[in-house]
Design a protein around this ligand. Sequence first.
Ligand code: GLN
Length: 519
Amino acid sequence: MSGIGEPTDPTRLTARGMARALRAGDLSARELAEAHLDLIERQDGQLHAWLSTDREGALASANGADALIGDARRGANAGDADALAALPPLLGIPVALKDLVLQRGRSATAGSRILEGFISPYDAHITERLREAGAVVLGRTNMDEFAMGSSTEHSAWGPTGNPWDLSRVPGGSSGGSAAAVAAFHTPLAIGTDTGGSIRQPAALTGTVGIKPTYGRVSRYGIVAFASSLDQIGPFGRDTRDAALLLGAIAGRDERDSTSAPIPVPDYAAELPESDDEAAGLLRGARLGLPRQYFVKGMEPGVEARVREAVAALETAGAEVVEVDLPHTDYGLATYYIIAPAEASANLARYDGIRYGRADRGRDVLGDYLATRGAGFGAEVKRRIMLGTYALSAGYYDAYYLKAQKVRTLIKSDFDKAFESVDALVAPTSPTVAFPLGARLDDPVAMYLSDACTLPVNVAGLPGISVPCGFSEDLPVGLQFIGKPWDEGRLFQLGRAYEAITAGADWRAREPSGLSDLPS
Ligand code: GLN
């Protein structure tokens, strides 16, 4: 064991702790980046959370951060009281990007062979924002192909393990980002959530993940899956870290017409430092518990942890009432018409000419068929077929149009519930992390992993998953769902729940699936 578990190990700090240590001069951004990259090098052979790391780029950003911090410290010593406070919020802090976030001059495969060899000609909006915030991008994380999946097993590059038990999945599709954060390979990571792909892997790895309101974060430069559902969001090991990262990437961007011109609060700064004050946020909070979210097939251990968490929220002063979301049962069917329909349109651009892989056939159509035949995996092909069918003449009204109507009903269920409550509290995933391979041959079982998360995307709402204990020695997630643009309240609820459970034994547990290979 080299360094793991020692209090001085910088990888164990929160992102906020890292920022403080950097500003105090106790740690350099270069040391911080190297500590994480070395840990990744020692462990990722077992975990496979990363598709690539960028030591050179990371160390260059870290050196830049150290220079800025050095200047600010000299300024502070010379009496400029604001010098350190003026530094950007993520200066020198390591971040991982899901492999569908474009970085100019670097590859982005979205977990697919069809993007093999593709080099991004430009930066995603959030890549620019992270650079401005001073973040150090360590590398790119594994994901289900085109973000289609709930286990990261649909990656063309092989599955990722769960740091709590390497024989199990980390969830998906942002499983690489979730596993990397859980394993202390990075304090922060970016994911995307179309039907649950941030919240579900957060639940399965014991991390915090938030899917913001549709339109909160610009999708410019993110490989598209289903454009009316996709949102980008952060992973962290606690709520305040996740809030810090969302604050850095959220906000209007002219290049994504669906990104909203709505002011972004300073999420992290608004969260109380003290546990007492945080717990106080629950007094008088009105929370709805959707009856229909305790779905068939939910594991008893998961249900027990969620109900205990709800009881703890009540004890701390929250008022919890049962609410009905009567169209919940149609969520899955609605999602699996709309998402594949949009995906089939979005994926038409991979033609063997414009991006990445190019196989050659006899003629232009032959090129197209050869590239797509060899480039896409089975799940992606299944979605393209489903989506093309649902959109075809004669079926459009019966499927796509009908699904859009049900989408409105699902949205109005939430609107109605929010007339009497501030937010909803629910399970994130019906089960804990399942064994690798367990759902691979049964697409519907895989799809059911997101029964409690995908209605939130269908309605465009924000949702957060925070850890709430263990079942069968594996993490369980608690979900809070909010009104549009109310991410701030979700962070408050997550922070408050952390505060009231700060002393719980399970909070001290750490993933034990990984052995630290000698360097
Ligand atoms: N598991 C869902 C799907 O496969 C959601 C994925 C996601 O949120 N990207 O479509």
